[in-house]
Design a protein around this ligand. Structure first.
Ligand code: ZN
Length: 399
C-alpha cells in the first residue's frame, strides 16, 4: 500500500518545490510521473521536466519493472540518496562531531574529536576541512560528490551571512566569514547556524515530525532555545531568537553573568552555575560533569539543585509558552542528562503558572535525538539548501 504523504506540511526550513518532490521520493517509495503529479498538484509536463532533470543529475533513478516486462522502460522513480553527499559539523566549545550523510540524511561516516573553539576560526575550520576530507576518502567518495556543508556553532550567528555575532565563548570568531573561509577549501554552499537552532531541527525531524510548534532548550554551559513555530524555524531579526539565557529572573538578583549584566537565568541555572552553588554548600564540585556524577550517585543536594534550576528555567519558559504556545518543549545539552530531575522542576512551574489551555496538550520531555540532534539538524540544513530549486538548476547548468 502506498504511504500517504502530507505534502501540505512544509519543511521547517521553508517551502521549496524541488525539496517537496524529494520529500515525496525520500521515503524510498517508487512513484510514477502520474502519482507525483497528483501528489504535488504540478502539471504532468512540469513533473516530466523535473524528473528528466533529476535523472540526468543522478539524483533520482528508475526503479521497478524494467527487466520483468521485456525491456519496457521503467516508469517509476525514486530518490537516489547516495548520488550526492553533504558534510555536517557540530562544533561545540570543547568537542566536535562531523558526519558525511547522503541526501536522505543517513550517516555514512562520522568522526568525533576534541577541539578548542577558543583557538579561533582558522585552526578549528582547518581541522574541520581536513577531517571532512578524510571522512570522504574513508568511504571512497570524491570531494566533487559533496554538494553542501551545514555547520552548527555554539553562539549567535547571522544566518544570512554565516557570521557569528558577538559570540561570548568564541574569541576571534566575531563576524568571521565562516562560509567564505571554508569555500576556499571546499567549493560548495556553506550554511552556518546557531547550535540550538540545528538541535531544534534535528529533534523535530527525529522525534516530532508532526509537531509544528516546538521549543528545544539546551541546558549546558549556557542556556538557549531553538524555536519552531508554525512549522518554521524562527531565527528572529538578528539570529537572536530563543536566547533565553540572559532573561532576568528574581532568584538570580545580584548574581553577575558573563554577559556583563547580573540576574540572568544562565547565572543561576546553567551547568557551571549549579556546580558553583553546590561548591557553596561545601561539596567538591568543579564542573557540570561532577554535578551529573553526584546525581547518578543519588546525592540529595545535587538533585535538589538541579530541580531548582529546572524551576528557574520553567519561570522563563512560562513566558515562552504564553508567546509561542508550543506543543512540545524538549530538553537537550549536557545538563539534560540529569533526566527527570531537571524536567520535573520545569514541569512544576510551567504547568502551574501557564494558562490551562496552553498546557492542555503540552509535552515537556527529554530530547529523543540526544547527542545526535545537532548533527542531524546540520545535515538537514545542508540537504535542504542543496535540494532547493535554485541549486538543482545550478547543478543542471554546471553538469
Ligand atoms: Zn547574562
Amino acid at each position: 500500500m502506498a504511504l500517504m504523504v502530507d505534502i501540505s506540511r512544509g519543511s521547517p526550513l521553508g517551502p521549496s518545490s524541488a525539496s517537496e518532490l524529494f520529500q515525496l521520493l525520500r521515503d524510498g517509495q517508487p512513484r510514477t510521473r502520474a502519482e507525483l503529479s497528483t501528489l504535488t498538484g504540478l502539471a504532468r509536463s512540469t513533473i516530466g521536466l523535473r524528473v528528466d532533470e533529476l535523472m540526468s543529475l543522478g539524483l533520482i533513478s528508475p526503479v521497478g519493472d524494467a527487466a520483468s516486462t521485456g525491456g519496457r522502460p521503467s516508469s517509476q522513480f525514486a530518490l537516489n540518496p547516495g548520488s550526492r553527499l553533504v558534510l555536517a559539523a557540530d562544533l561545540g566549545a570543547s568537542h566536535a562531531t562531523l558526519a558525511v550523510t547522503d541526501l536522505a540524511g543517513i550517516r555514512l561516516a562520522e568522526h568525533r574529536g576534541p577541539i578548542d573553539i577558543g583557538e579561533g576560526p582558522e585552526p578549528v575550520l582547518t581541522w574541520m576541512v581536513r577531517a571532512g576530507r578524510e571522512l570522504l576518502s574513508s568511504i571512497d567518495r570524491e570531494q566533487r560528490d559533496l554538494i553542501a556543508i551545514g555547520i552548527g556553532l555554539p553562539g549567535p550567528v547571522q544566518f544570512s551571512s554565516g557570521r557569528p555575532i558577538n559570540p561570548p565563548i568564541m574569541p576571534g570568531w566575531d563576524r568571521f566569514d565562516v562560509p567564505g573561509w571554508v569555500q576556499q577549501h571546499l567549493e560548495v554552499p556553506v550554511l552556518v547556524d546557531n547550535d540550538v537552532n540545528i538541535m531544534a531541527l534535528g529533534e523535530q525531524s527525529t522525534a516530532w515530525p508532526h509537531a509544528e510548534h516546538l521549543i528545544f532548550v539546551k541546558v549546558a554551559t549556557g542556556i538557549g532555545a531553538g524555536i519552531i513555530s508554525g512549522g518554521l524555524l524562527q531565527r528572529g531579526a538578528e539570529g537572536m531568537a530563543g536566547d533565553i539565557g540572559h532573561v532576568q529572573i528574581s532568584r538570580a538578583a545580584g548574581i553577575p553573568c558573563h554577559c556583563g549584566n547580573s540576574g540572568c537565568l544562565e547565572a543561576i541555572a546553567s551547568g557551571p552555575a549549579i556546580a558553583a552553588s553546590l561548591r557553596g554548600t561545601g561539596l567538591e564540585v568543579e564542573s557540570s560533569r561532577d554535578v551529573l556524577d553526584l546525581i547518578n550517585r543519588g546525592n540529595i543536594e545535587a538533585i535538589q539543585a538541579v530541580r531548582q534550576a529546572g524551576r528557574d528555567i520553567g519561570e522563563v519558559l512560562t513566558a515562552c509558552v504564553s508567546l509561542v504556545n508550543p506543543s512540545v518543549i524538549s530538553f537537550g545539552g549536557s545538563m539534560a542528562r540529569a533526566g527527570e530531575h531537571l524536567i520535573a522542576g520545569v514541569r512544576e512551574v510551567v504547568y502551574t503558572r501557564s494558562m490551562p489551555l496552553a498546557t492542555k496538550h503540552l509535552s515537556i520531555v527529554q530530547s529523543s535525538a540526544g547527542a545526535d540532534a545537532a548533527i542531524v539538524g546540520a545535515s538537514m540544513l545542508a540537504i535542504h539548501h542543496a535540494l532547493s530549486p535554485e541549486n538543482v538548476v545550478a547543478l543542471t547548468t554546471n553538469s
